[in-house]
Write a protein that binds this ligand. Structure first.
Ligand code: ADE
Length: 247
């Protein structure tokens, strides 16, 4: 999968993603991350990309021309039918479902703003999706696009090894993950739950499923309604007196 990032700070993107699992995926060619410096496309003799806002006010606005030409350089490579995701707090809030949807694309473009914003006309012209990573304001879209590239990359075939598999993880079925333990069997007087030492796989699975449900109800009760629950799960939720949350 190819991730193109239109940005004024290309080093932020490559430097951050070149570690750990995304770094390995880039080296192995499972994903390709290509930051494109909007400044390289400025037709201004000083390479300026921004200008004063019409109508006055604080801050500067990124001019449409360098953004459009930078985008065109990608379109010339991969064609027209590419999603262009503008990172903005005004967008739809990113979630796992969106990550799954993006991971089906072969190419995706992220547009990162800075300063007071980007001239609206180029946004109208090229952007297909507006996405936020939460209700707060960052200094620019770079960190937001990095987060999304990370979340999407790990869903791309072959990026996670077997041991890192995402079958059981938080959000895959709208449930949080069960707690994990490793050696030693006792730490600061706290023991690993007996069932995990029992070697009884069916009991372990049952315990983990119940822990996922308990955790979700305790930490994110808003999620439980949309979780994929079996009859047994629902029986368990009744047993712990939380059936009301399903209504
Ligand atoms: N740019 C600035 N703030 C942002 C946010 N919360 N999400 C996405 N892009 C942003």
């Amino acid at each position: 999968m190819n991730f193109f990032v239109l940005t004024l700070f290309p080093d932020m993107i490559k430097d951050t993603l070149s570690h750990s699992i995304t770094g390995r995926a880039m080296k192995e060619g499972k994903i390709n991350v290509e930051p494109i410096n909007i400044r390289d496309f400025s037709n201004d003799k000083h390479n300026h990309v921004d200008d004063y806002p019409y109508g006055g006010g604080a801050g500067m606005v990124i001019r449409p021309q360098p953004v459009y030409d930078a985008y065109k350089s990608i379109e010339n490579k991969v064609g027209k039918n590419t999603r262009v995701v503008y990172m903005t707090p005004q967008g739809e809030t990113f979630n796992q479902k969106m990550a799954e949807e993006f991971s089906k694309e072969e190419n995706i473009v992220f547009l990162c703003g800075h300063y007071e914003g980007i001239d609206e006309r180029v946004i109208d012209e090229i952007v297909t999706d507006e996405v936020s990573i939460g209700d707060f304001v960052l200094t620019g879209g770079e960190l937001a696009s990095i987060m999304i590239i990370d979340a999407v990359s790990r869903l791309v075939d072959g990026v996670l090894g077997k041991a890192e598999s995402f079958q059981d993880e938080s959000f895959s079925e709208s449930l949080l993950e069960y707690p994990q333990y490793t050696r030693p069997p006792e730490f600061m007087g706290k023991k690993v739950p007996d069932v995990l030492l029992s070697g009884h796989h069916a009991n372990i699975d049952k315990w983990r499923r119940e822990q996922s449900i308990i955790r979700t109800i305790e930490k994110r009760p808003d999620l439980i309604k949309n979780a994929e629950l079996s009859k047994k799960d629902i029986e368990f939720i009744k047993k712990i007196g939380k059936y009301d949350l399903l209504k």
